[in-house]
Structures are given as structure tokens and as C-alpha cells.
Design a protein around this ligand. Structure first.
Ligand code: FES
Length: 354
């Protein structure tokens, strides 16, 4: 018996319900097996036979790296349990961080190398090609698009209304130049400006806020710390932003003075830039017992006894030291500007040396 729909030439129910293809969507791809079993090879290898000798060697190598991962993982846990970094001093924290970091690195490295050996030597390397449909649209779709586009152009009136078209082009012209204005706004380059501060030979150190000049005898309490700025620059915020200095009274017998800086301090009174070399916060916290300067932003810690060397945190270089001395009246003065740029390490890489 013949189906009624077919007999009438009308689509069947199933055909009627099938979604119609929307213009612009690709036709459904023909189905393919990704790994045709055309060679009858070993199971799980995509039809390829592995060289069993090489495969076993690769298996042993991968296994060795997995064992390394196991050992390093256990070591990480043991280090964490028996050598916690938060107990004890800063040196212990540093050692603990190294131990944890190295063991974790080895664990992940072993895993990655083992997996790589496995994939490269024990899995198939057969080339697989997935056939794709034609990327270009079929001619009928392009024809329909073209008709729509022409219709849109006609309806917009852009071809007939010459005045409107020209004024629109005129209006768009400056918009193309806007990125140039924005780029220009990134400059000008700082050039040498960031290499200099308001300090120079003979400038007196005055207390930030009061403007009072200081004598060494005024600042003789051990462990004392005060913020000073260059005399004459107190009211210039730009100058102060770069020239703020921490004046610290250190025990001279505990100082590790760098070669060439022997006369940069006055009986243990040292001056370091207050601008953190990480990203420029004021490094204003001071621990009197350890003589550590701390930056509250990201916990960079500098050793005031050792030329403000970084002992912890993300800062990449010491706080620059300002050479100081005493003038004929006994006041503390700078003997020169800083010998290196102050502030974030980025500026240190400026192209022009003083
Ligand atoms: S700005 Fe000082 S540690 Fe980040």
C-alpha cells in the first residue's frame, strides 16, 4: 500500500517538522570515524603497532618521572609540616619558601615530563583529518545577501542624498585621529627628570611638616626615625613626592657600610628614600629591634643596617641612600643628590644616565 502523503507529492510529517536551514549556516557535515581501523593494528593505538621495545623503555621513563612526582609531593607535605615558614624569623621563612617551592616545582615538572613521554611515545601519532564543509557560503546565500544589501543601500538613501553622504564623511574624519590624541597623552617620556630630586650638596634636612632643620645632636636617640625633606621644597608637593627621606639613627657598630659609602652617614644617622622600590608606596614602618624598614603595601622589608637591602617581599632593589654630612653650623645636610633613581625599579631602567 502506498503512503498518502507520498502519493499526493506533499512532504511527510517528519519532513514537515524538520527545521529549515537558515541562510548562512553550514550544511551538516558528513559523518566520519576519526580513527578508521584500516590497518587492523593493536587495540587502543588507532590501528598502529608500537615498537614494543621502545614502548617499554618509554613506559619506564614516564613511570620514573611519576615516581619523582610522588617523592616531591611527599617532600612538599613533609616540609610544610615540619618546617613551617610562619614560625621563627625571616631567614627561616625564606628557607621554608625555597623548600616548598622547589619540591612543588619538581612535583609538577615530573608530572608534565611523564605525561609528555606518555603522549609522544605511547599514544598514536597517526595524522587525523577531519573534513570540513566549504567555508564560503553557497551561491544562493550570497545572492540573497547581495539583494538584501542593495535593498538596504537604496532604502538608506545614501546614494541619492549627496549632501548627507558628504557631511557624514566629514563628521567621521576627526574620529580617525582620536587614537593619535590618546597615544600622545601617554607622553612625554620622563627622560632624566626622574633621575633627579630636590636634594643637592648643602641642602639642609628639615622635618616634614614643621620645616625645622636638624642637628645631629637633636637626633641622638638610638633607634630614632623621622621623615625629612629638602629645605625650601616643603611647599612643593612634586618635589616632596620624590625627595621624602627616612632619617634613622642606627648603632654604628652594627652597620654594614658598603664600600664607597663610608662617609654617607653621620655617626650612624643614615638617610634612605622613603619611596618603596616596588611600586612607590611610602615605606614608613620601622622595627627598632631588628632595624627593618617595612612597606605596608606589599610587605617589602629592607635592612636599614645593610644599605636598605631587600630581605623580604616583592621589591627588587634596596631603598636608595642619600649621602649626608654636617655643615659648618652643625646642621645635617645632603652632600649630593641620590646616586640612583628613587622609586619603583622600572625607572632604574631609564635609558639616560646622569
Ligand atoms: S609598594 Fe612597597 S611593597 Fe609594594
Amino acid at each position: 500500500m502506498t503512503d498518502n502523503n507520498e502519493t499526493n507529492g506533499a512532504p511527510s510529517d517528519e519532513e514537515g517538522r524538520a527545521p529549515k536551514r537558515v541562510i548562512g549556516t553550514p550544511p551538516p557535515p558528513p559523518t566520519h570515524d576519526l580513527l578508521p581501523d584500516d590497518t587492523g593494528g593493536a587495540e587502543g593505538t588507532g590501528g598502529y603497532q608500537l615498537d614494543e621495545k621502545k614502548a617499554r623503555a618509554a613506559e619506564r621513563a614516564a613511570g620514573a618521572f611519576f615516581v619523582l612526582t610522588f617523592v616531591a609531593g611527599i617532600a612538599f607535605i613533609v616540609f610544610y609540616a615540619v618546617w613551617p615558614g610562619h614560625v621563627g624569623n625571616i631567614n627561616r621563612a625564606t628557607s621554608s619558601n625555597y623548600a616548598l617551592g622547589i619540591s612543588l616545582t619538581l612535583a609538577f615538572l615530573g608530572l608534565a615530563v611523564g605525561m609528555t613521554i606518555w603522549v609522544r611515545h605511547l599514544m598514536t601519532s597517526k595524522e587525523i583529518i577531519q573534513e570540513r564543509h566549504e567555508l564560503s557560503s553557497p551561491p544562493e546565500d550570497r545572492q540573497v545577501f547581495n539583494e538584501y544589501f542593495q535593498q538596504g543601500v537604496q532604502e538608506s538613501g545614501i546614494t541619492q542624498r549627496r549632501f548627507l553622504r558628504r557631511t557624514l564623511l566629514l563628521a567621521s574624519a576627526p574620529l580617525g585621529l582620536l587614537p593619535l590624541v590618546l597615544l600622545r597623552d601617554l607622553g612625554p617620556l620622563p627622560e632624566k627628570k626622574l633621575r633627579h630630586t630636590a636634594w643637592k650638596n648643602g641642602t639642609r634636612l628639615v622635618v616634614d611638616g614643621t620645616g625645622q632643620p636638624l642637628k645631629a645632636s637633636d637626633f641622638n636617640s638610638p633607634g630614632g626615625i623621622i621623615t625629612v625633606v629638602p629645605e625650601g621644597a616643603q611647599n612643593n608637593l612634586d618635589d616632596i613626592a620624590k625627595a621624602a627621606v627616612l632619617l634613622i639613627n642606627l648603632p654604628p657598630d652594627q652597620m654594614k657600610v658598603k664600600k664607597g659609602r663610608e662617609n654617607w652617614h653621620v655617626g650612624g644617622i643614615v638617610a634612605y628614600s622613603k619611596i618603596c622600590t616596588h611600586v612607590g608606596c611610602p615605606a614608613a614602618l620601622y622595627e627598632q629591634t631588628t632595624h627593618h624598614i617595612l612597606c605596608p603595601c606589599h610587605q617589602s622589608t629592607f635592612d636599614a643596617l645593610d644599605s636598605a637591602k631587600v630581605i623580604f617581599g616583592p621589591a627588587a632593589r634596596p631603598l636608595p641612600q642619600l649621602p649626608i654630612g654636617v655643615n659648618s653650623e652643625g646642621y645635617l645636610v645632603a652632600t649630593s643628590d641620590f646616586h640612583e633613581p628613587i622609586g619603583p625599579s622600572f625607572w632604574e631602567r631609564g635609558k639616560s644616565k646622569v
